[in-house]
Design a protein around this ligand. Sequence first.
Ligand code: UGA
Length: 424
Amino acid sequence: EIVKRCRGKNLHFSNFIKENIEKADMIFISVNTPTKEKGLGAGKASNLKWVEACARQVAKYSSRHTIVVEKSTLPVRTAEVIKSILDSSQEEILNNNENKKKSFDVLSNPEFLSEGTAIKDLLYPDRVLIGGDNQRAINLLSNIYLKWVPKDKIIETNIWSSELAKLTANAFLAQRISSINSIGALCEATGADVREVSRAIGSDSRIGSKFLDAGPGFGGSCFKKDILNLVYLCEYFGLKEVADYWHEVVKLNTWHQKRISKLIVKKLFGTLTNKKIVILGFAFKNNTNDTRESAAIQICKDLIDEGAILFIHDPKVDPKQISLDLGISPIKNINQEYKNDFNKGIWHFAENISEAFIGSDAVLILTEWDQYKDINWFEVSKLMRKPSWVFDARSIINPTSMKNTNINFWRIGEGLLNEDNIFF
Ligand code: UGA
């Protein structure tokens, strides 16, 4: 809707790179910065090849004073790299005795939008962060935001603080999730309930109530990548203990995903061979079709390795994407009496949830889609094979709806008081 409203007025799309760079006063670099797959820093450092390519094009085609804004999430001190590429173009001009008058300012203006709520986050941001060393350039960028953002929400810092604040914000958010998931595991072991613990600690205004929902582990394209980037930076600057500290946030997340698949195997008598498990949700969170780093990927792979027959449902994710993520193609046209003669795990894309439940041994909820909140478990229990299990890794089911169903019900972070967990 926003694009429709603005296109052709103050929003234009073009692939005439040279002409548009020449005319621009301000250029935002908003390209991908994925984790490097090979070479120095592989697996942790960011791959800056696209940022560098952009800087080179800006250096080549700009014709006057240009403000270059880093919008992509970047390791600290990337502005220096951009600046040196831009400055070297000035040297070239001088060496070639060309008459062009170009100069540059580099600003950092990181993005804090979340998927699924990006437009709301853009219109009503908690803050806008602008890092730079030239006040005039900072003011020019601020003026754009001031059209809809109150002045007190615009934070000005030096360029390195701004770059580091972006990585730190994501690291802190991810750390909260690993923290609450770790406490969830302890709740399960001790008879406490992680929802009650979250509510109790979240009402302390110093802690705050957001981002305290235990789940199957954080996913998305940013948290893991940004923390690993932070870890790499700390290692680079010789801060091993700091690097180790942040690395644990990612390690705990991986351990937690494995914990869920192991727990399912254990509850289903130690084997999943030929057992049918319905997976509800594959996206890394609701209201998006994005599966990057989704906890569902690792958990489903583990269940398939154990020989399970998975019926995977997601209202938005394309089955082709699930194939790519799991690295195996689905079995099509499967019927309810399907016998898994291969003795190895398989998966099928479930278009219709009600049909998928027929003959299933377990249901596992991995994404908190609204439509899963209204499932009539009493009716579902009649379709499942006994003993049947529901594993709610998102804590979206109201436990009272499980009463009188004969379903064994497990919720993330809910401990049951029994003799096993009385330790004194
Ligand atoms: C995240 C940040 O929230 C944004 O501020 C940031 O701009 C963005 O990364 C980015 O750097 O691009 P996003 O990846 O869209 O946004 O997703 P989040 O809403 O942060 O959720 C991340 C993961 O944490 C999801 O898997 C979600 O299910 C999980 N989560 C979140 C929990 O398990 N519990 C919670 O309480 C909250």
